[in-house]
Design a protein around this ligand. Structure first.
Ligand code: SAM
Length: 187
């Protein structure tokens, strides 16, 4: 995928223009696009941590104009959420302002979840797993311990990986590329 589509370019430009340093990197985005394209007809996608919308743009790109999929994205930062809302999103995209962990209990179940916020990943990972439909896929990024300086953060990342890789309801694999991923499917 060597050509960035307009919606991804536009979100990346928004990220640069506002100095938002936490947008997902291309390996995560490309993986998201591939996984989004595989979501079944009438499916549902959830992103925890909208940021300014770069990951969301990759999801929309992966859907390739499909209008049968609901895409929900959650962020708890009103400033960032307003920047994301400036994107030219298709009708199936719903942006939520609030705490990911709390909203996980309210938004239902999903075929694909991108866990990219502390809520639902560093805390409340069990809620994220519970929000996967059978056959649903979870992608968790930023799991490369080399990216963390604080020992407690390195330990937390190891704990998240161990939970996902050893979970009885998941078939999971670690992908040591980009920021470090675990990809998991709910049995
Ligand atoms: C890594 S950034 C998200 C990047 C985005 N997913 C992307 O692919 O470009 C993490 C985001 O999570 C948000 N966040 C932090 N804690 C949160 C929480 N408890 N609930 C919802 N969002 C949260 C932050 O405001 C930030 O925008």
């Amino acid at each position: 995928m060597d050509e960035l589509v307009a919606i991804v370019e536009s979100a990346a430009e928004r990220s640069r223009a506002h100095g938002f340093a936490y947008s997902c990197e291309p390996p995560a985005g490309e993986l998201l696009a591939v996984l989004s394209a595989a979501v079944p007809r009438g499916g549902r996608i959830l992103e925890l941590g909208t940021g300014v919308g770069v990951g969301l743009a990759w999801i929309v790109h992966g859907l390739g104009g499909r209008d049968d999929v609901e895409v929900h994205s959650v962020d708890n930062d009103a400033v960032v959420a307003e920047l994301a809302a400036a994107g030219n999103w298709p009708a199936g995209v719903r942006l939520h302002l609030g705490d990911a962990e709390q909203l996980l209990g309210e938004l239902g179940q999903f075929d694909l979840i991108f866990a990219d916020a502390p809520g639902g990943k560093w805390t409340g990972l069990d809620r994220t797993i519970a929000a996967l439909r059978p056959g649903g896929v979870l992608i968790v990024d930023d799991l490369d311990p080399a990216r963390y300086a604080e020992p407690e953060h390195v330990a937390k990342v190891a704990e998240i990986k161990a939970t996902l890789l050893g979970h009885p309801d998941l078939v999971a694999v670690e992908l040591a590329v980009g920021s470090g991923f675990v990809l998991a499917t709910r049995r």
